[in-house]
Write a protein that binds this ligand. Sequence first.
Ligand SMILES: C[S@@+](CC[C@H](N)C(=O)[O-])C[C@H]1O[C@@H](n2cnc3c(N)ncnc32)[C@H](O)[C@@H]1O
Length: 216
Amino acid sequence: MGNNTTLTEQEFQQIQEQEAITWNIEDPVKRTEKERREKARYPLLAKQMGLIGRYACIDTSDMLIWDIGAGPCGGVSSILPCKERLCIDPNMDAYSKYYNVSGYIGTKAEDLKESLSKPDLIISTNCIDHFHEPKQFLQDLVQYMKYGAFFCHFHAIDNAYQHKHPAHKHNLNEEIVGSILGEKFECVWGMNYKDDGLTYGWLKERSFCGLYRKIC
Ligand SMILES: C[S@@+](CC[C@H](N)C(=O)[O-])C[C@H]1O[C@@H](n2cnc3c(N)ncnc32)[C@H](O)[C@@H]1O
């Protein structure tokens, strides 16, 4: 994947511990500030992914939505109308120290396999490049998602190269996502840094996002 990083299970767990530290801030004032900052970004992310606003491509109100790699604050799915919603994050138990994780399951994305055929919409923001095996997850979407279901994502470009952090071991970019989703998905919406100046957060990380529909 980009730099072809392969992580052992032990290395992945160590990264997850580092990730939990960034959210489980002991000081309640600083923790609230972090939570507000993260949640405040959801509407713009949803708009940029083609889920809400003038250029919304789909109506999510009757959909089963899975927010995979949701983080402890509910993820972008928490602001969308839907029939039902599930958050999936292997750090669920760690997050339960300070956050409400009802409506979560603590499973790794790469272990979902056949169950990926259930949701009508899968959302993954700023997380696939944190997964143990990002490529495997993308390949599983190709193999298991049902016909007509949607997948959307938002990610900084090549995080491992551009933004050094213990949790940034993998690079993700348009070429990688496009080459794996390939012929089994139609890209119905997308934005990127080169054409649209798409960035993420206060650090203005160069980013790309897309909304894809499974076509076979
Ligand atoms: C940077 S946070 C992003 C949270 C949220 N999606 C957002 O945009 O604010 C990355 C999340 O991915 C989760 N994650 C890491 N590996 C994962 C895996 N294999 N499957 C699912 N989630 C994973 C982490 O626990 C963490 O909560």
